[in-house]
Design a binder for this molecule. Sequence first.
Ligand SMILES: [Mg+2]
Length: 423
Amino acid sequence: MPRAEDGDRAELASGGARDSRRVIAHADMDAFYASVEMLDNPELRGRPVIVGGGSNRGVVSSASYEARHFGVRSAMPTVEARRLCPEGVFVRGRMDRYAEISRRIREIFLSFSPIVEPLSLDEAFIDLTGTERLLGEPLEAARALKRRVLEGTGLVASIGVAPVKMAAKILSDMSKPDGLLAIGPEHLREFLDPLPVERLWGVGSVTLERMHRAGIRLIGDLARRDAGELRSLFGSFGPQLRELALGRDPRPVIADWERKSYGEENTFERDLEAGSDELARALIAHAEALGRRLRADRVAARTITLKLKLARPLGGGRYPLLTRSLSLDAPTDDGAAIMRAVRSLLARAANGEKIRLAGVQAHNLERSDPRQLGLFDPAAANSAARNVRLNRALDAVTRRFGEDAVTRGLAHAERAAPTHRIK
Ligand SMILES: [Mg+2]
């Protein structure tokens, strides 16, 4: 057996062990928009409801199961849907209402796990790893999740549970309507092998046709092919697909708040010197505003970015944009710590330049846990605790008297301009 194969196997073993500890749920609402319409208009219940553009040129965005009996599907031209289902109830969508219910569903998901990755208004991955003690076995937790969604919204979710994302999504889809399917790591391969290969993410019609020509119809066919052969057939995509076929999908569930970044910026009424107090004041205001927002959302940032637009016109109304980032030793939600990072970035960034716009961004977020601050260093713990107390006091004053009530760092500081949220 070639050496590469051995390496492969070792990876499979460790990947398997890692995956076997993961419990990932994929929840997807059944016929979401159409179901919301039936929820709000009881006279529509049991009828073929089709949500789509009002005109005949639109496409179907959601069809009730009654409409699906007539062959109506999402993304089908409305004209065709009318032909297939003349007695259908055609409804124009109400996105605001769907978004409102989506938020309620999201809240329910978040009550099961802090790690929820929404894919759309009605669909999300929920990482249930390690919740067994709190929520019971994965299947029990998923049942409770279904029940809570129904109680909280009157709508039905279908759920798949698996050790990897890809399989969880396939399962929720197969379980529809009103379904729940769960699979453990020991049965993952048995489950995947007999499925058509187009069930894998990323297998579009072009790839599928080439797979069929190479005699690959099932996920199991792909899993049994040699990685080198697949590379020569499909390029680097081939071995990647084979990994999925083998049930190896290391992609983590990424919570909304991890992906997010926070930013504050403003354009000045007149250009400011890079070394001026006015610029420093504006940046302090941004840093403090960021700190407040991070604390309010209970996250902390590991990376701080300074964004400057220089006042040298490039022509066509454009100006040079300069961004500089710094990774901190520890994540922070403290405006003063953010400002220290900004100062060191500023010192390296724009000597002698005039500045038109200045902004500060925070990324690379983590859930903040005040109890973990300066755990090992008593002096740091003291100053961290003092900072936490100070920030709490600042936040309370700001809540009462508004953002302009507190500014730290420069005495008699004035805001150069109101800071502006960009995210
Ligand atoms: Mg759905």
